[in-house]
Design a protein around this ligand. Structure first.
Ligand SMILES: [Fe+2]
Length: 267
């Protein structure tokens, strides 16, 4: 399997705090069957952001060396999780190679969990004009997409892709997020399943359990494509091979409880 979303680099963001922690995560990932991983430190996210592009590259090189020395069968690639910011297009023009995933056309975009800013469609259009295909990081964790899945549908119709987190299947972010991840799968809104690992306990580098849960909804073959075929297309900068036809979401039916007058109640 290939994990395209991880915070495994030692000491650069709110993920692995040092090399020992990063190596422990790498071992856990390899034991779960993850063979390749893209390191995606937070960028432009305030206090959780990684220190700088050069530091990230240095950390990746040191980590790659340490993995080899420790005989851990895991290959690590460069990437980022890019928090939406007003000057993103300017940043891309200058620092593109640090923002995209493994020098490819694909780039993660991350929204704040409680809102999606109004100009997002314009931004998506501009990104695509720059030759970038945005991948929305964990839309199931965003309350706007949960309440209005058709907003996500409209972005997917523009050519945007989406990635869900393994932890969402287990309910670690709450039942609303758990319900949303299954709903998005049913609707054909999911192209990647990744770990978004930060440590070995709450957000660990494991995929296999979540793949089984996804398989119950979309079938085993398609679930594998979320962790194998599509991620490989990202690493090799090829067109993503598995894009399900997204369905428009129907409004959730509300149930009303009506208190019947006593003479109408069943005895
Ligand atoms: Fe992340």
């Amino acid at each position: 399997m290939i994990d395209i979303h991880s915070h495994i680099l030692p000491g650069v963001d709110d993920g692995a705090k040092d090399m020992a922690a990063a190596l422990e995560m790498a071992r856990m990932a390899a034991d779960d069957g993850i063979k390749k991983m893209i390191a995606t430190p937070h960028l432009f996210r305030g206090s959780d952001s990684a220190s700088g592009f050069e530091e990230i590259e240095k950390a990746r090189k040191e980590f790659t060396e340490a993995i080899k020395e420790n005989d851990i069968p895991l290959e690590v690639f460069t990437g980022a999780e890019v928090h939406i910011s007003h000057n993103l297009i300017d940043e891309i023009r200058v620092h593109r190679r640090f923002l995209v995933l493994n020098q490819s056309r694909y780039m993660f975009i991350e929204f704040p969990s409680e809102h999606v800013f109004s100009g997002v469609k314009d931004l998506v259009f501009e990104l695509m004009t720059e030759g970038i295909i945005p991948i929305i990081a964990h839309p199931e964790r965003n309350s706007i997409f949960r309440r209005n899945p058709n907003f996500l549908y409209e972005l997917l119709q523009m050519g945007v892709l989406s990635q869900v987190n393994q932890g969402s299947f287990n309910g670690i972010y709450g039942t609303h997020v758990q319900e949303a991840v299954f709903r998005f799968l049913e609707l054909g809104y999911v192209h990647f399943l990744a770990t978004d690992c930060h440590n070995t306990w709450v957000m660990p580098p494991r995929l296999s359990e979540a793949v089984k849960k996804a398989a119950a909804i979309i079938g085993e073959e398609n679930a594998r494509k979320l962790v194998e075929d599509n991620p490989l297309c990202v690493i090799e900068d090829k067109e993503v091979s598995y894009i399900p036809e997204p369905k428009k979401a129907e409004a959730k039916r509300k149930t009303f409880k009506i208190k019947l007058p006593s003479f109408m109640q069943k005895k």
